[in-house]
Design a protein around this ligand. Structure first.
Ligand code: CDP
Length: 224
């Protein structure tokens, strides 16, 4: 297959990571989860400072952060913070509450972006996030923008939590998503915006397998 860089962007709960992982396994691409890096940086600050407030000084500590990610052929993606497997910890609701402050920070974004470009190397990749097709890889071969209604995205998040044994209040999850949509859409640099050349897929009425086969077909068309 010809080398390809696939950028998948979209709001929280649009299904980016689940879909991207499956497409990666089926088509032999490397999957890179950019959100997991922002999550790991947030965890680092929360563990160090206990809390994160708007205007927190995040400078000077980024060099103390070492993040690694490992994508297995069975579709699992592990994230390591200074050698520790934090893949589960970074999915905690406490991270979602503070992540906006971290991902608004320009130095953090530059740090994450250079890590993402380094990991991508020269191979075929599928990377998901908010600004992959606009900032990280504006020249990506294929750009997808995944979307869904707030109700559907909240439902998916609740199911995800339930599968990992966490039972959260539906309204709380929905409000958290609304809050994060606001933060992700407003930051001055690297905000969530649909690239002009991105293919828009509203997944509200599609199941995961349907979205996956749509994307696989698009990748195959590009690499044929
Ligand atoms: O899985 P979900 O869509 O909820 O989130 P995620 O992809 O793990 O990303 C979590 C958060 O990281 C987002 O809400 C953004 O604040 C930040 N993020 C970002 O700013 N830029 C990216 N490329 C990826 C994530």
């Amino acid at each position: 297959m010809k080398k390809i860089v696939v950028a998948v962007d979209g709001p929280a709960g649009s299904g980016k990571s689940s879909v991207s992982k499956h497409v990666a396994v089926d088509l032999g691409l490397k999957y890179i989860d950019s959100g997991a890096i922002y999550r790991a940086v947030t965890l680092f600050f929360l563990e160090k400072e206990g809390a994160l407030a708007k205007g927190s000084d995040l400078s000077g500590v980024l060099e103390k952060i070492n993040i690694d990610q490992d994508f297995q052929s069975d579709g699992t993606s592990k994230t390591y913070l200074n050698g520790r497997d934090v893949s589960d910890l970074i999915r905690d609701e406490s991270i979602n509450k503070s992540i906006g402050i971290v991902s608004d920070d320009r130095r953090v974004r530059d740090f994450v972006n250079s890590l993402l470009r380094e990991w991508a190397g020269n191979g075929s990749i599928i990377m998901d996030g908010r600004d992959i097709g606009t900032v990280v890889f504006p020249g990506a071969d294929l750009k997808i923008y995944l979307d869904a209604s707030i109700e559907v995205r909240a439902e998916r998040r609740i199911l995800e939590y339930r599968e990992s044994g966490k039972y959260l209040d539906e309204n709380e999850v929905k409000n958290q998503i609304i809050l994060r949509d606001g933060q992700d859409g407003k930051r001055p640099y690297g905000r969530l915006v649909r690239a002009d050349d991105a293919i828009y897929i509203d997944t509200s009425d599609l199941n995961q397998a349907e979205v996956e086969s749509m994307i696989k077909r698009l990748v195959e068309d590009k690499t044929a």
